[in-house]
Structure formats: structure tokens, C-alpha cells
Design a binder for this molecule. Structure first.
Ligand SMILES: Nc1ncnc2c1ncn2[C@@H]1O[C@H](COP(=O)(O)OP(=O)(O)OP(=O)(O)O)[C@@H](O)[C@H]1O
Length: 256
């Protein structure tokens, strides 16, 4: 198993009293899974992802990533992280942005160039390495930020609503591309989203969360095949799973 959380708790002390962002969260992610966290705003999705990335420290329970503490896993460069906004440096070219983590990690120059080209090809931006971020569309920028997270070939990709700001047509295309990339690379992906169709289309496992305190309301294992054309969304099976997610979201909300 790649990620294991047991009775994970996180309470933020605030001026208005403690905020229970995560309450008794149990989660298992297996190698090669595509896991989505879905739930209403404030239910702790980002906080849980940030705990896995060792960007937050839980106040209780245990969490291991590749059998290590989250901190050790971060130091071992176990994951790439994709943020809501592409966050590319405007003064660097696309290739320059993707190369940055490799420069920081001290990869030899020739290997940097090889890896940058390989991940640019992987996200179908092979011809755009010399462009600057402002010369690319929003969807292309987000693909570049995925390439940056893939550049050092970590086995885990953590993605926090990477397509949330994009229009539906671009989002559909990027969903399809991400699925192909996941199939080609065999990576383990943990993905935060607000969108039921996005969660159902992408995931092997859908983790439905509910707020106040943030906890897991239900884990739905998807019976859909791993290879999924976009029109799978019109099948009765897809619609049934989407319905199950929606019901679980409502049930989770009733505990408020
Ligand atoms: N550093 C912090 N200090 C205090 N409270 C915080 C902090 N970070 C998050 N919270 C609170 O913890 C709860 C969970 O936040 P989190 O961002 O994980 O939710 P989310 O499900 O990702 O929401 P969204 O979908 O809006 O991004 C919220 O009530 C939030 O206000």
C-alpha cells in the first residue's frame, strides 16, 4: 500500500476556537490507484492532501507514505504536487519552469534537458518548451504544471483541483489526457475535486468527505474499466455511480 492513514486528526487552533479540519480519517491508497477526494467547500480535502504532502502536521493518528512518515517521503521526493493555479514563473520559459525542480535537485544538465523534453511530450506540449507561460492558454499552462510535477518521475502525483478554473470543454479534454497519462505511467494519483462527473470519470476509488468536522462519509470503489472513453459518462453504470456519490454527499451533509 502506498498511503495509509489511521484515525488521522487535525485541529487548527484559531482565534475563534479550534477548527476540526480532519476527524478520525482512515484511508488506504494502493499502488496504481486513482483516488479522488470529493466534498463541499471546507470539508478538509486540501488539508488531507497537504498532510500526505507533509505540508501540514496532523494533531493525531498515524500516516505513512510509501511506508515512511510523510516528512521522510517528501525528502525522498516521493510525489509531485499540482496546485489549483498553474503557478508558472512568467520570466521563465515553459521548459525553464519544468526544469526548475531538476535544477534544485542537482540533476546533471544533459539529464535535465532529456527529462524536460520527455515530460513535455507526455503532456503533448513537445513544441512549446521555448514559449513563455503567457503565450499558452490556461489549459496548456495547467498541462505544463503537470509536466513539472512529473519531471523527477515520482511514483505519486498529488493534485489539488488542477482543472477547477478551466471551462468545461478544456476540462473534459484534460481529464481524458490525464487518464491516458495515468494508464501509460502507472502512477498513483490522489486528486481533489468539487465535481461529481470528474471524480467518477477519473477515479478507481472515490472518497466522499463531509464537513464540520471533516471526515470520510463513504469510500466508493469504482467498477468502471480503467480504459474510459469520454462517452462512458452516458452509460447507466456511470450514472449509477454518480448518483451514489451524490447520495453520499447529501447523507454526509445531514450530520451538520
Ligand atoms: N491554516 C489554517 N488555519 C485555520 N483553519 C484552517 C487552516 N487551513 C484550513 N483551515 C480550515 O479547515 C477546514 C478545511 O479546509 P480545507 O481547505 O482542507 O477544505 P477543502 O475541503 O479543501 O475546501 P475547498 O473545497 O473550499 O478548497 C476549513 O474549515 C478551513 O477554514
Amino acid at each position: 500500500m502506498v498511503i495509509e492513514a489511521r484515525h488521522l486528526n487535525l485541529t487548527f487552533p484559531t482565534d475563534d476556537g479550534p477548527v476540526h479540519a480532519l476527524k478520525d480519517v482512515d484511508l488506504i491508497v494502493e499502488a496504481g490507484d486513482f483516488v479522488s477526494f470529493i466534498g463541499p467547500s471546507g470539508c478538509g480535502k486540501t488539508t488531507l492532501l497537504r498532510c500526505i504532502a507533509a505540508l501540514e502536521t496532523p494533531t493525531g493518528g498515524s500516516l505513512t507514505v510509501r511506508g515512511m512518515t510523510a516528512d521522510a517521503a517528501r525528502q525522498a521526493r516521493s510525489y509531485g504536487y499540482v496546485f489549483q493555479a498553474a503557478g508558472l514563473y512568467p520570466w521563465r520559459t515553459i521548459a525553464g519552469n519544468i526544469r526548475l525542480p531538476l535544477e534544485i535537485m542537482g540533476y546533471p544538465k544533459a539529464e535535465q534537458a532529456e527529462r524536460v523534453q520527455a515530460v513535455l511530450d507526455l503532456v503533448e506540449l513537445g513544441q512549446f518548451g521555448r514559449k513563455f507561460p503567457w503565450q499558452l492558454s490556461g489549459g496548456m499552462q495547467q498541462r505544463a504544471s503537470i509536466a513539472r510535477a512529473l519531471a523527477f518521475d515520482a511514483g505519486i502525483l498529488l493534485m489539488d483541483e488542477p482543472f477547477g478554473a478551466l471551462d468545461e470543454i478544456v476540462r473534459d479534454r484534460l481529464n481524458e489526457e490525464l487518464l491516458r497519462l495515468w494508464q501509460r505511467t502507472g502512477k498513483t494519483i490522489v486528486f481533489v475535486t468539487h465535481s461529481i462527473p470528474e471524480a467518477v470519470y477519473l477515479s478507481t476509488k472515490i472518497v466522499v468527505m463531509s464537513p464540520r468536522p471533516g471526515r470520510i462519509a463513504k469510500v466508493i470503489e469504482s467498477p468502471l474499466p480503467r480504459v474510459r472513453p469520454l462517452d462512458i459518462r452516458d452509460t447507466p453504470e456511470f450514472i449509477r455511480i454518480a448518483h451514489e456519490v451524490r447520495e453520499s454527499l447529501h447523507e454526509g451533509g445531514r450530520h451538520d
